[in-house]
Design a protein around this ligand. Sequence first.
Ligand code: ADP
Length: 319
Amino acid sequence: MEGSVQEEQTNYQEVRALRVRIAELEKMQQEQNLALHQEKEVRKALETRLHTVLNERDCLIEELTEAQDNINALLDANQRMDEFLGIASHELRTPLTTINGNIQLAKRRLKAFRLDDTREDFANKVDVIREMLERAERQVRVQNRLVGDLLDISRIQANRLELHFQEGDLITIIKEAVEDQRAAWPKRLIVLDNFSCTQEILIEADPDRIGQVITNYLTNALKYSAPETGVNVAISSTAQEVKVAVQDAGPGISAEEQAQLWQRFYRVPGISVQNGSGVGLGLGLHICRTIIERHGGRVGVDSIQGEGSTFWFTLPFIA
Ligand code: ADP
């Protein structure tokens, strides 16, 4: 009896000890659960933070790339501006030197006229003098274009390019520009494609400025291609707009360069003037684009390197 009481007591103590142990284990389990939960929370917070940091890093990299691109664009523009200033000051002086030189020579030749010159001598001397004056005249045209481009570009920059809109015939404007270029380049062939069937195309535009765009396309086509090649001018239309295209058989322009051509001061590396005098300032096409866009039209170029280029513009019809 005494034995079983003792046994019971021992059991009771063991049960108590077990309960205490279980309670301890439960507490430990709870603490572990809590720690696990906290760890999960911390991990979640860390993951969120990491995500944010990674996003911020991506944004910073993007901003940095953008800033770098801007710096590169500015450096490019600066370099083009420096080149432009160098070329402009040289190009503005060159025609004057040639004009002055030819006038001096012509004056000297005039002094050499003698009363007893034969008719033939006289005619020869006059021819030489005419050639000198024509050379001077060509340089006046070059100078005029350079100064005109510089004035236009400063007007565009100041948002002060004035257009005088009036209703007029595009065919007449094109023909006049072509005639001027035929006179300036008598040895070159300039063909007006499919013009015979087109009588009149009425547009609301500044005729002088549209003539300037066609002249710029034509002079580029003539000066950047070989002297034995011709230039083609074509016109086509849809219900909404008319398109004028000037095609040459010059060096052609890569797709990458085509996108940049219309920027101020841009000249395609490796493309040099084949005919006529003076290098370009890289302003003409930018001026053309501004003029055409101010008329509500578009400009563009289709070109394959080595095969030539077609520069075109569109103008909307009067609504
Ligand atoms: P520029 O006075 O230098 O001719 P533009 O703005 O008219 O100025 O032309 C920009 C550049 O585009 C030229 O310097 C030349 O490199 C290139 N370009 C223009 N027209 C042609 C063309 N028809 N064929 C090949 N390159 C051309």
